[in-house]
Design a protein. Structure first.
Length: 176
């Protein structure tokens, strides 16, 4: 059972710019149309866990629903999922450790943890087992940071680094 972060950051550690936008992610040249390993990652996970803000961001993209796995949205304010997504999106709330235990009990053992606040909250509760972080060579100078304050350091071991499109690097870390 693993809780896994898979995300891109700027060189200065932001996952969205000062306007909460992700346009800078599309500045990476990608002549081959590579997904940079995302499909392989998605094949190994059972479900996604994200916050309401991340769901709203995904729904704002001009594309079809990008996930084939169930998406569990952490929210204390949402009372229903957006129309048309009832078989794709499921609301959950409560203590993160309880949410994870409930999902694991339902057979969702490899969880993709997505979204800034959600990732930070999982880290605060020491619930992240692996991080796959792709660094985009841009300095945003502000925005939504990937990492927040922690009560104590969390140690990870670097497992691999892959270079894509001659400009981005995907690093994989597991708990030490």
């Amino acid at each position: 059972m693993s809780n896994i972060v898979y995300i891109a950051t700027s060189l200065d550690g932001y996952i969205a710019d000062k306007n909460n936008q992700l346009d800078w992610l599309h500045d990476v040249p990608n002549p081959d149309g590579s997904d940079f390993g995302f499909a392989d990652f998605m094949a190994r996970i059972d479900a996604l866990v994200m916050g309401r803000n991340t769901l709203e961001m995904v729904l704002s993209f001009d594309c079809d629903w990008p996930y084939t796995k169930p998406v569990f949205v952490l929210s204390n304010t949402m009372t229903s999922v957006p129309s048309g997504y009832e078989d794709k999106v499921f609301l959950v709330k409560g203590e993160l450790s309880d949410v994870v235990a409930e999902l694991n009990a339902q057979g969702f053992n490899e969880l993709y943890i997505d979204g800034g606040v959600t990732i930070q909250n999982f880290l605060k509760q020491d619930l992240i087992d692996e991080m796959i972080i792709t660094t985009i060579p841009v300095v945003l100078g502000g925005g939504i940071p990937l990492f927040g304050d922690l009560d104590r350091p969390l140690k990870f071991k670097h497992i691999s680094a892959q270079r894509y499109a001659d400009c981005i690097v995907k690093n994989r870390y597991v708990r030490a």
